[in-house]
Design a protein around this ligand. Structure first.
Ligand SMILES: *Cc1c(COP(=O)(O)O)cnc(C)c1O
Length: 243
């Protein structure tokens, strides 16, 4: 007798999940009269093995994000530094700054003047011409999360502008978790307003001023509020707790 595996038992592949995310991003963009092309999906691969990252790249993912330098180093070596644009989305300890500069194209988590200055100094020492950075803002002032309070923004912007090699590309936030993603909307809106003010003052040069916001459970709301970089892990790679 031939036993067949019911379809429901076959876990979705990374490819199938990524295609679903991409379709949902496209729909949310069109709904809010935006161009889907102006939105980058950064696939957050923390805890997942290199094979999953390679599968993602073969499925059309161009940008991969990790939250820990140590874990990222091993995986970036296996996958290939130039096979993807690599994003650091987690807190960066100053003693990992040199490694981070070698591994990542964009750092989303600048949260202090001293970190910015240290990164800049190492870029000069290591001959890295420029390093794109985002400032992480903790809009709800949650103790469990890193990021600056918004009252510290002008000082940090100024110090990044004073750096020789750092390029301020935008802002990042991670709002509190709400069952109802709608409740994240005011935080996304607030980040966009801060971005708009900085943009008007010319702080992003010719660039658009990136808004890194929106995760698995709220990325559609983030698209509606102007996100240009979505950080999506679970919806692409599956549940992290099962690893
Ligand atoms: C893990 C992580 C994400 C992705 O979270 P999901 O809910 O799995 O999409 C996004 N941003 C940061 C900073 C993360 O650490």
């Amino acid at each position: 007798m031939v036993t067949m595996t019911p379809m429901a038992d076959i876990p979705d592949s990374v490819r199938a999940r990524f295609e679903k995310v991409r379709a949902r991003v496209r729909d949310a963009a069109i709904r809010s009269r935006r161009q889907p092309e102006e939105i980058t999906i950064v696939a957050i691969s923390k805890t997942h093995p290199s094979v999953a990252l390679i599968e993602a790249l073969e499925s059309g993912v161009t940008d991969l994000g990790e939250n820990r330098v140590q874990e990222a180093e091993a995986k970036i070596t296996e996958v290939g530094r130039h096979k993807a644009r690599w994003h650091l989305v987690g807190h960066l300890q100053e003693n990992k700054a040199r490694k981070a500069i070698r591994l990542f194209d964009l750092i989303h988590s600048i949260d202090s003047v001293s970190l910015a200055q240290r990164l800049d100094r190492i870029c000069v020492e290591d001959g890295r011409d420029e390093l794109g950075v985002l400032i992480q803002i903790n809009l709800a002032g949650e103790e469990s999360k890193t990021g600056i309070g918004k009252e510290q923004l002008p000082t940090l912007v100024q110090s990044i502008n004073d750096c020789e090699r750092l390029r301020l590309r935008g802002l990042m936030t991670m709002p509190p978790f709400f069952e109802d993603a709608e409740q994240a909307r005011p935080y996304f809106r607030q980040l966009r307003r801060l971005r708009d003010e900085l943009q008007l003052a010319g702080h992003f040069g010719d660039g658009p001023g990136e808004l890194s916001m929106g995760m698995t459970h709220d990325f559609e709301v983030a698209v509606e509020e102007g996100a240009t970089m979505l950080r999506v892990g679970t919806a692409i790679f599956g549940d992290r707790s099962r690893i």
